[in-house]
Design a protein around this ligand. Structure first.
Ligand code: GLA
Length: 377
């Protein structure tokens, strides 16, 4: 990918670029908890967005996307927002840096990626993080704190892409470290690295290839439900809510809001249970919690779909340790905790049975937990 990007850059621009990359992410557990002040447990993966970038001494940005085969040019003022959706991520990052008093000048860039789009692996967060990291290095002497780079990506989603997301994806993409998952407290923003290298288990993603699209989607509605319930409870977020508190206001809120909040409150507990189990090396317990998350996401939070429920049932039937829908939902991947001895048989049966039912094989990605945003020398 590196060679392809550099070659394309040379064919379009005269300058010598620098190379940057940032990663997609997985999340072991803690879904839809980030914007509720809860805990998440993500890690960066070995699939990235990579960009070659060089300042161009103008006030214009020229970016070429190899994968989409499109070049977009835009200025750096608010009214210069490009229409192309992929370019808005980059424009948003520039604007958010400028709004914070940082520096962004004109630059030329070429980028490509190998994170499957719409699979719930946060290709958009990787794009934002890659450019935020690069612009920090190129124009700001790396004076912007890394956590702030994640917030710049998140603000880009809110202000330029129509998704009211939490901080998890951008955090994981920027802060990820090889071989380590991270537990982030999305209220205090404190985080801890957890080495994740079980001897007998591995994580496998099964991509249903049902494309998810979060913009203008039910995602924002889920968040609004949670915020309504928190407000009704007199809380800032659902972080401090409990099931008895929720039950006490059940007749005052809609059934839909009730079940959304119930999921979030239970999910918060599951993340803590998983951390505990990981410390003891109890992967069977981790797996159980993953199945419970899936059930909650499907029945209460209603962000699953037929294909993902089918994949989850199949994992359970095949005796797989843990399995659940991963990320925002509405399509994309399941994440599966699989005993290494079972991996081959699981992949074979999931491919066969899914194809029999839906006419195409799901895609399988082994998870390699890797570094987040970085400069490539
Ligand atoms: C998307 C959002 C994240 C998070 C997850 C669900 O990936 O971008 O902030 O809310 O959904 O856990």
């Amino acid at each position: 990918m590196k060679e392809k990007i550099l070659k394309e850059f040379k064919s379009r621009f005269e300058t010598e670029p620098k190379l940057y990359a940032s990663a997609g992410r997985i999340n072991l557990i803690g879904e839809h908890t980030d914007y509720n002040g809860g805990f998440v447990f993500p890690g960066a993966i070995d699939k990235v967005i990579m960009a070659a970038i060089a300042p161009n001494d103008t006030d214009k940005v020229k970016v070429y996307s190899i994968d989409i085969d499109e070049e977009v040019e835009f200025g750096l003022n608010e009214e210069d927002a490009p229409t192309s959706s992929w370019a808005r991520y980059i424009f948003g990052v520039c604007r958010e840096i400028l709004k914070r008093g940082g520096t962004v000048k004109g630059f030329d860039a070429v980028f490509a990626g190998n994170i499957p789009l719409g699979a719930g692996l946060s290709s958009s967060a990787a794009l934002e993080s890659c450019f935020a990291f690069a612009l920090n290095d190129l124009f700001n002497d790396n004076t912007i704190d890394k956590f702030e780079l994640a917030k710049i990506g998140q603000a880009t989603e809110h202000n330029y892409c129509g998704v009211n997301c939490g901080i998890m994806d951008q955090f994981a993409s920027v802060m990820g470290q090889k071989g380590k998952l991270m537990r982030l407290d999305c209220r205090s923003m404190e985080y801890e690295y957890y080495p994740f290298a079980p001897e007998d288990y591995e994580l496998i993603l099964v991509d249903s290839c049902v494309k998810h699209e979060l913009a203008d989607s039910p995602y924002n509605k889920r968040r609004a439900s949670c915020e309504r319930v928190a407000k009704r409870l007199g809380l800032e977020t659902l972080r401090d809510a409990t099931i008895p508190m929720l039950k006490a206001i059940r007749s005052d809120i809609t059934a839909e809001d009730y079940f959304r909040a119930k999921f979030v409150i239970e999910e918060k507990e599951r993340v803590l249970a998983v951390c505990d189990a990981l410390t003891r090396g109890d992967y069977e317990k981790v797996g159980e919690e993953m199945y419970a998350t899936h059930a909650g996401l499907s029945d209460d939070y209603e962000v699953s779909c037929e294909e993902l429920d089918f994949l989850n049932d199949l994992a359970r039937k095949s005796g797989i340790t843990g399995s659940r829908i991963m990320g925002g939902g509405f399509g994309g991947c399941t994440i599966n905790l699989v005993k290494k001895d079972n991996t081959e048989a699981f992949i074979e049966s999931v491919k066969r049975e899914f194809k029999e039912k839906y006419g195409h094989e799901p895609k399988i990605y082994p998870v390699v937990i890797s570094d987040g945003a970085r400069k490539i020398e």
